[in-house]
Design a protein. Structure first.
Length: 133
């Protein structure tokens, strides 16, 4: 794993959370996107090498809607950049980690993604990200 790619934060409203984080970080959202397969709308902020992804549910059955209903708004996941997502998935499976998907999925910000079950990582949802070429 190369670095923390971003920290994902579940929010009920991209508009109001975006305003808060723009003021907090003194920067503007640089990209918004909807990921239909995950039922989520995203907004990205970046300061230096650090990125924040705000996540709003686009339907009541999405993982973000369920997360907020159970835990409220807050940190949802930590994403790590990898060079070869399939190799990293295989390595983690061999180490005993439980993956939430068997194949990489298309994610936001032009990435292939895979999630590691939080029960495998001390209660933290981990996302693997590889830049799509």
């Amino acid at each position: 794993m190369n670095k923390i790619e971003h920290i994902g934060i579940a929010v009920t409203s991209l508009k109001s959370a975006g305003e808060i984080y723009e003021k907090l970080l003194n920067i503007a959202i640089y990209k918004t996107e909807e990921v239909l397969s995950e039922g989520v709308k995203t907004a990205f902020l970046q300061t230096g090498p650090n990125k924040i992804e705000l996540l709003e549910a686009s339907n009541p059955e999405s993982p973000i809607a369920k997360f907020i209903a159970k835990k409220g708004e807050g940190i949802h996941h930590i994403a790590f950049e990898v060079d070869n997502i399939r190799a990293e998935m295989e390595r983690l499976k061999n180490e005993g980690f439980v993956l939430l998907n068997e194949e990489p999925k298309l994610g936001a910000d032009n990435k292939l993604v895979c999630f590691v079950h939080p029960k495998s990582a001390n209660g933290v949802l981990i996302e693997l990200c590889q830049e799509r070429k």
